[in-house]
Write a protein that binds this ligand. Structure first.
Ligand SMILES: [Zn+2]
Length: 495
C-alpha cells in the first residue's frame, strides 16, 4: 500500500516521495511538542499524515495505523491546528500594510494565490466571500475558512492571511462571521443609502430634507454648513444644497455604521479590520460625500480599516475599467487624500482585471491600499479546464449561453453575445482564448452560480463534480494560470 510506504519514510525522518497514488505536499510539514504531520492527497482527498506522540496527536481525529494516523482535513482538525500553529489561523492586519482580497470562490484557488503573493509586499485576504457568492456556490463560511487554512498548511505559508466577511448587510451574518473567527468585516451600507436623491429637483430636495428629524439636520448643519475642510491641497465645502443632498443620501447609513461598530466591532475583544462599503449604489461617491462620511465616523471614534467608495466610470466584473481615465485619476487622488487624512486605507472593489487603473491606484495610495478581486480565480479555473478538458469546457460554455439571461438578473454587465465566436468555429487548442475576450469572460463570469448548480434530470450535477475533479487533478496547471494572471495585477499595483 502506497500510504504505508510513505508513512515509513516520514517515520524515518524523511520527506516522503510522491508516487502514482499519493501526492505529498512537501512544504506542509509541521511539528509541535513531539507530534509531526504532513499533508498528502490520494485522488481528490487531502489528508494529514500524523506521527509521534503528545496532545496534538491525540486531539486530531482520524484513523490510526501502526505508528501513524491519517486525519481528514475537516473543520474539527482545522481548529485544533489553528490552536497549535497560530500562523494557520486568519489575522487582522491594520492600516499600515497593503492588502489584497482574493476570494477563493471554489475553495481550490488559495494554494495558487499563496504561491503568487509569497515574497511580495502585500498581505492576502484568502477567505473573502459575500453571502450572494455563498448562495450561488452552495458553500458556507466554515468551509470557506477551512479551505483557506488548509491551503496555508499545504503551502507551508507563514506570512499571515486574513478572512473577510464580505459585503455583509445583516446583523446575524456579522455575528456569524465574527463567531467563526473572520478577521475582516466589510459592512455593506447600501440598504441604508438613498438612491432617489440625485433625481430630485430643488423643491423635492428641500421637502425631503425637512422630513428628517430636526436633531439630525442640526447635527450636520452645525458641523458642515458653509464650512470648509482642508485635506492636503483639496478643500471640501458644503453649501445648503450639497449638505442637504449628502445628509439625505448618507445619514441613515452613517447611523448604521456607528451602530454596528459600537455593537460588534468594539465588543469583538480582538482586532477586526472593519471596512465600510458605500460602493453598491446607483451614483458614484463624490469626494465631498466621502469626506462627510469619514468625518462623522472619526468624530464618533469609529476606527476603520478601509473605505470603499463607488468610483466614477464602471467596474464591471472580470474586465478592465470602462470610463474616463483622467476623471478617474482626478477623483482617485482626492479619495486617496481623504483616506490618508483620516488614516485608513482606500478600498477598491471589483478590482479583477482593472489593469488600466492599477498604476494610478498604486501612485495615489502610495501603495497602502486594499484591493478586492473576486471572480477572476473562477475565470482562471475555467481557462484551465478549457486547456485540459476541452469537452467539459464546451458543454459549460453552451450551457452558459443558454442561461445568460437568468444570470444577468444578478449583475450589471454590457456583454454582447453576438461578439462571442461560435463554439463550432473554435478548435480545442483555441478554447482557452475565450478567456481573453471580454464578452466571453463576462458570460462565464456571471453564470458561475448557474453552472455550479446545474443538475440533470436525476439530480446529479451536470458540471460541478467533473469541474472540481479536473482542477484537483490538474492543480499545477491551475496554480500556473493564477500565478500569471493575479501576478499581473500585483505587478501593476507596484507589489
Ligand atoms: Zn463592493
Amino acid at each position: 500500500m502506497s500510504i504505508n510506504k510513505i508513512a515509513q519514510q516520514f517515520l524515518a525522518g524523511q520527506i516522503p516521495q510522491s508516487d502514482a497514488e499519493t501526492k505529498v505536499y512537501d512544504q506542509s510539514v509541521l511539528e509541535h511538542e513531539g507530534t509531526k504531520l504532513i499533508m498528502i492527497r490520494q485522488g481528490l482527498n487531502r489528508l494529514l499524515l500524523v506521527i509521534g506522540n503528545g496532545s496534538l496527536y491525540d486531539e486530531l481525529e482520524g484513523e490510526s495505523f501502526e505508528g501513524y494516523k491519517l486525519c481528514p482535513t475537516n473543520h474539527h482538525n482545522r481548529l485544533v491546528l489553528n490552536r497549535c500553529f497560530p500562523h494557520t489561523a486568519p489575522q487582522a492586519f491594520g492600516k499600515q500594510v497593503a492588502t489584497f482580497g482574493l476570494g477563493d470562490r471554489l475553495g481550490l484557488a488559495s494554494p495558487g494565490h499563496i504561491k503568487t503573493i509569497r515574497g511580495r509586499d502585500v498581505k492576502p485576504i484568502l477567505a473573502q466571500q459575500s453571502i450572494r457568492e455563498l448562495n450561488l456556490t452552495g458553500r458556507d463560511y466554515r468551509e470557506v475558512l477551512d479551505a483557506a487554512c488548509y491551503a496555508v498548511i499545504q503551502e507551508g505559508y507563514t506570512g499571515g492571511f486574513g478572512a473577510d466577511g464580505d459585503h455583509l448587510k445583516l446583523e446575524e451574518d456579522i455575528q456569524m462571521s465574527l463567531d467563526l473567527g473572520f478577521t475582516m468585516l466589510t459592512l455593506d451600507c447600501s440598504d441604508h443609502i438613498r438612491n432617489d436623491v440625485d433625481n430630485m429637483n430643488e423643491q423635492e430636495l428641500a421637502a425631503a430634507y425637512e422630513e428628517l428629524p430636526e436633531k439630525v439636520r442640526r447635527r450636520y448643519e452645525e458641523k458642515f454648513l458653509n464650512q470648509s475642510f482642508q485635506v492636503g491641497e483639496y478643500a471640501f465645502t458644503y453649501d445648503k444644497h450639497s449638505l442637504m443632498k449628502n445628509v439625505l443620501i448618507y445619514s441613515k447609513a452613517i447611523d448604521y455604521m456607528l451602530y454596528i461598530y459600537e455593537r460588534y466591532i468594539k465588543n469583538a475583544e480582538r482586532a477586526v479590520d472593519f471596512e465600510i462599503s458605500i460602493d453598491e449604489t446607483m451614483t458614484p461617491t463624490a469626494p465631498e460625500a466621502h469626506y462627510l462620511v469619514a468625518k462623522e465616523l472619526q468624530d464618533n471614534q469609529v476606527d476603520i480599516f478601509s473605505m470603499a467608495p463607488r468610483f466614477c466610470g464602471e467596474f464591471q466584473k472580470g474586465i478592465d475599467y470602462i470610463g474616463d481615465l483622467e476623471q478617474f485619476e482626478r477623483e482617485l487622488a482626492m479619495h486617496a487624500a481623504i483616506a490618508d487624512h483620516f488614516g485608513y486605507k482606500l478600498s477598491i472593489h471589483s478590482g479583477s482585471d482593472k489593469f488600466s487603473v492599477f498604476p494610478i491606484i498604486a501612485r495615489y495610495t502610495k501603495g497602502r491600499f486594499h484591493v478586492k478581486t473576486a471572480g477572476t480565480n473562477w475565470l482562471e479555473a475555467v481557462r484551465t479546464v478549457a486547456k485540459v478538458n476541452p469537452d467539459l469546457y464546451r458543454r459549460m460554455h453552451q450551457y452558459a449561453l443558454d442561461h445568460f439571461e437568468e444570470a444577468k438578473a444578478y449583475y450589471h454587465v454590457t456583454t454582447d453575445l453576438s461578439k462571442i465566436k461560435p463554439l463550432s468555429e473554435v478548435s480545442d487548442a483555441e478554447l482557452p482564448q475565450y478567456m481573453d475576450e471580454d464578452n466571453a469572460r463576462q458570460l462565464i463570469h456571471i453564470t458561475y452560480g448557474i453552472l455550479l448548480q446545474a443538475k440533470d434530470e436525476n439530480g446529479n450535477s451536470l458540471f460541478k463534480d467533473e469541474f472540481y475533479q479536473t482542477l484537483i487533478a490538474q492543480e499545477e496547471a491551475y496554480e500556473a494560470s493564477l500565478a500569471s494572471h493575479i501576478g499581473r495585477h500585483l505587478e501593476l499595483l507596484g507589489k
